[in-house]
Design a protein around this ligand. Structure first.
Ligand code: URA
Length: 206
């Protein structure tokens, strides 16, 4: 679920420095011709954050703001995501954030199965590189990778443990922009994350 640009939003923050470990993959994504979204994008939006992050968040696809800036979650839902992270003492500099699809679907439509499939090898490489201990899926498209056939309304906030990782399905932050009643639900789901982070051994001395 992508969102429209926020109205009256503050000036865009400076672009974060890119971890050199991402150089080759991000260059490939920048020139990607694998699906029709290449024809309409302003630029691709590979991901943001350290290649060594313990926590990875995976959204759906870039919206208008992200397409303009080349950085995920810098529009209205990104503002809410930052608020959610801050509510549990995390900042976006310490996590890795990516999307299932790296280019903006025109008009913020849902990504098509062929687009998700064409982009999947990039997400595979991002997950392999980061090797996160906790993955938070934001919305149904990233949820579907680990919880096929499930409904977000049923399983949000209920994690799955797989391959030494904890995968936590969450509503997409943009859902709260459309349905105000989901705001507190998403906050409550995020409030569960610190326990999963502790369970995963993140922050424990090595
Ligand atoms: N929605 C997403 O899923 N990803 C973004 O990067 C922005 C909005």
């Amino acid at each position: 679920m992508t969102d429209m640009p926020p109205t009256g939003s503050p000036a865009a923050p400076a672009s974060p420095a890119v971890d050199p470990a991402w150089a080759e993959l991000y260059e490939e994504i920048a020139d990607c011709p694998r699906c029709v979204l290449a024809k309409t994008r302003t630029q691709s939006v590979p991901g943001v954050g350290p290649s060594t992050a313990d926590i990875m968040l995976i959204g759906e696809a870039p919206g208008a703001r992200e397409d303009e800036r080349g950085i995920p979650f810098v529009g209205a839902s990104g503002q809410f995501l930052d608020e959610l992270l801050a509510s549990i003492g995390l900042s976006r500099d310490t996590v890795y954030i990516a999307n299932v699809v790296k280019c903006r679907p025109p008009g913020n439509r849902d990504p098509e199965p062929a687009e998700i499939e064409a982009c999947a090898p990039y997400l595979d490489r991002q997950i392999a590189q980061v090797n996160p201990k906790v993955i938070v899926t934001l919305g149904r498209f990233s949820m579907a990778r680990w919880f096929p056939g499930q409904s977000i309304s049923r399983i949000h906030g209920e994690p799955k443990r797989e391959g030494g990782r904890i995968i936590v399905p969450m509503f997409h932050p943009a859902a709260a922009l459309h349905r105000g009643d989901l705001r507190s639900v998403i906050h409550a789901d995020f409030a569960k994350l610190p326990a999963f982070i502790t369970e995963a051994g993140i922050g424990a001395s090595e």
